[in-house]
Design a protein around this ligand. Structure first.
Ligand SMILES: C[S@@+](CC[C@H](N)C(=O)[O-])C[C@H]1O[C@@H](n2cnc3c(N)ncnc32)[C@H](O)[C@@H]1O
Length: 284
């Protein structure tokens, strides 16, 4: 069964309205491929029948299933490495020490947007643990001073993130042997993240295309490899909200292939090593 242009148009408009994800006509094959299993499962005869179900039955389970099928959940531990090194060497010290280099009151709230199956927030937690260990003789900072919140639109990926359970292939993508011993327990064929790391990470289901102003007070926001899926207007709306939930001089870290060019004037771009990141302007 091949999706027609009319079917593509109504379904891509629906997906855009619900999740902000933009699907240009070149992505017709993606809708066809990813929605076909749902069509078969529901015994439907066409993509238009699927759209009719969505549009006229207010079935929120089906809506979630469609968004989850369309979303790209690709992720890995310590993706691109350098942002986590920058956290350790440059960003954590910025929030944990005062201008004399002494300990300052330190509670660091970190948000991981589009956290998928959890590898990103857990990598941040491991980086925080390593920062605490490396500074234990000169600083009073404790691992409990870090709070990390992972958010995603998809319940399926969040369930997996909360389980903190990964297979060998997932572990091999980014976890060194040293970190495997330090942060994971073996259970059957899988690996479960140790409590000391899980204890500082929480997850919530939030669609960032809608309002997420119930969140506040983040010092650092990871918003990596998600803005690329949205159109310009949606990106601008998200950035406005990010600005409001960041503390003064809060830091925004985006993906390697993303930029804020012409999207917002309220962030100052900064770099450390290979990491380009953005600092909220004081007056913003
Ligand atoms: C490609 S993954 C990126 C994962 C991780 N940030 C990384 O860089 O490895 C994008 C994630 O964004 C989530 N996502 C897509 N649209 C979203 C929305 N409107 N609100 C919240 N999360 C969304 C998807 O479910 C997916 O898990």
């Amino acid at each position: 069964m091949e999706i027609t242009t009319e079917e593509f148009n109504v379904l891509s408009e629906y997906i855009h309205r619900k999740s902000g994800i933009c699907l240009p006509i070149e992505k017709k094959y993606l809708i066809q491929q990813r929605l076909m299993p749902i069509i078969k499962k529901l015994n439907l005869n066409s993509f238009m029948e699927l759209y009719d179900r969505l549009a006229y039955s207010s079935n929120s389970n089906l809506e979630h299933e469609i968004i989850a099928a369309i979303s790209t959940n690709e992720t890995l531990f310590f993706r691109d490495d350098h942002p986590f090194e920058t956290l350790h060497k440059h960003i954590f010290p910025k929030f944990c020490t005062n201008i004399n280099g002494e300990d300052s009151q330190c509670k660091i709230n970190i948000l991981s947007i589009g956290c998928s199956t959890g590898q990103e927030p857990y990598s941040i937690a491991m980086a925080a643990h390593e920062y605490v260990q490396a500074n234990c003789f000169i600083s009073k900072i404790k691992i409990e001073d870090f709070n990390i919140l992972g958010i995603d639109i998809s319940s399926d990926v969040l369930l997996k993130a909360e389980s903190a359970q990964y297979n060998d292939i997932e572990i091999k993508r980014g976890i060194s042997d040293e970190r495997k011993v330090k942060y994971f327990n073996k259970e059957g064929n899988d690996w479960i993240i140790k409590e000391k790391i899980r204890d500082i990470v929480e997850f919530r289901k939030i669609n960032i295309v809608k309002s997420f102003m119930m969140l506040e007070g983040f010092h650092i926001i990871f918003c990596r490899n998600i803005l690329i899926y949205f159109d310009r207007e949606t990106k601008q709306n998200i950035l406005k909200q990010l600005l409001n939930i960041l503390t003064d001089k809060g830091i925004l870290i985006i993906g390697a292939s993303e930029n804020l060019f012409c999207l917002s004037d309220n962030f100052e771009s900064r770099s450390f090593g290979s990491t380009l990141f953005f600092e909220k302007k004081m007056e913003a």
